[in-house]
Design a protein around this ligand. Structure first.
Ligand code: ZN
Length: 253
C-alpha cells in the first residue's frame, strides 16, 4: 500500500544510500592469525563457533523500531521481521541474477518473466533489474517501523512518504514467510518510487489484470504496466527463488 503521493522525501544522495546499505551488513568475525596448522585452526573455529559473544550477536535479531510486544501483539516480532527481511533480500538477489540473462525456453524462470513482467524487452529488463538493486538497498533494518492495528486498518504493511519508512502492521504477522517477503518487497518498491508517476495504486495480485495462481496474464496487460506495479517485484522474486509461483494473493497491502 502506498499512502499519499509526496515524493520529495525520497530524494537521496548515493552517499546516503550506501551508508544505509552498510548499516545492514553483518559484523565481520575475525580470528587471529596464528601459526596453528589447518587442523588446529579448524578445531579452534569449530570450538569457538558455539559460544563466542561475536557470533551470538551475529545470530541475534536486530531491534527494529517500535517492534515491541505492546505494539505488535507478539513477543518475537524482531525475529520474525528479520527472517522475513532476509527472505525478501534473498528473493531480490535471485531476481537480479535471473534478469541478467535470457531464461531458457520452458524454464520456470521464463514462466516467471512472462507472468509477472509480461516478456519485457532487453531495455525494460534492465530497468526492472535496476529497480531491484534499489529495492535491495531499501530493505535495510533502519527503514522499518512497527505499528498498532489502530494505525494500520486492514493493511499488512504500508510505505509512508512523510517519514519514508516501511510500516509493518499486526496483520503482517499472520502471513507465511513467502507472503511476508513479498509484502516487504512490495513496500520497498513504493519506497524507491516504481509507481511514483501514477495517480492511483496499481492493481495487486488477485485482480483481473494480475490474476493469482497459475493463470496467465490477461490480454492487454503489458510489461510497461508491470514495471510500475509493486506486486510484480514481490511475486517475480518469490517465483524465481521458489522455482514455482505461489497460489496466494497474499492479502491486503
Ligand atoms: Zn501498495
Amino acid at each position: 500500500m502506498r499512502l499519499e503521493h509526496h515524493r520529495e522525501s525520497l530524494l537521496r544522495s548515493p552517499v546516503a544510500t550506501s551508508q544505509r546499505a552498510a548499516h545492514d551488513r553483518p559484523p565481520s568475525v575475525r580470528y587471529a592469525r596464528s601459526s596453528l596448522g589447518n587442523q588446529a585452526m579448524q578445531r579452534l573455529l569449530m570450538g569457538t563457533a558455539q559460544n563466542t559473544p561475536d557470533l551470538q550477536r551475529q545470530n541475534a535479531a536486530p531491534s527494529y523500531r517500535d517492534c515491541t510486544q505492546n505494539i505488535t501483539g507478539i513477543s518475537d516480532a524482531n525475529e520474525k521481521l528479520e527472517a522475513a527481511r532476509i527472505r525478501a533480500r534473498d528473493f531480490v538477489d535471485v531476481a537480479i541474477a535471473a534478469l541478467g540473462k535470457t531464461p531458457a525456453s520452458g524454464s520456470s524462470a521464463a514462466t516467471a518473466l512472462a507472468r509477472h513482467f509480461i516478456n519485457p524487452t532487453a531495455t525494460q529488463r534492465e530497468t526492472i533489474r535496476e529497480n531491484y538493486r534499489q529495492i535491495l538497498h531499501a530493505l535495510h533494518v533502519t527503514n522499518f517501523i512497527c505499528n498498532t492495528a489502530g494505525m494500520c486498518g486492514q493493511f499488512q504493511a504500508f510505505w509512508l512518504p512523510d517519514d519514508d519508512l516501511l510500516h509493518v502492521c499486526p496483520r503482517f504477522w499472520r502471513l507465511d514467510r513467502t507472503c511476508q517477503a513479498i509484502v516487504l518487497i512490495h513496500e520497498a518498491a513504493h519506497d524507491i518510487g516504481v509507481d511514483a508517476g501514477l495517480t492511483g495504486h496499481p492493481m495487486n495480485r488477485g485482480t483481473a489484470t494480475y490474476p493469482a495462481g497459475n493463470d496467465p496474464p490477461p490480454d492487454g496487460e503489458t510489461a510497461a504496466n508491470r514495471i510500475v506495479n509493486p506486486d510484480a517485484y514481490g511475486f517475480y522474486g518469490a517465483h524465481i527463488w521458489r522455482e514455482t509461483d505461489t497460489g496466494s494473493r497474499c492479502g491486503d497491502r
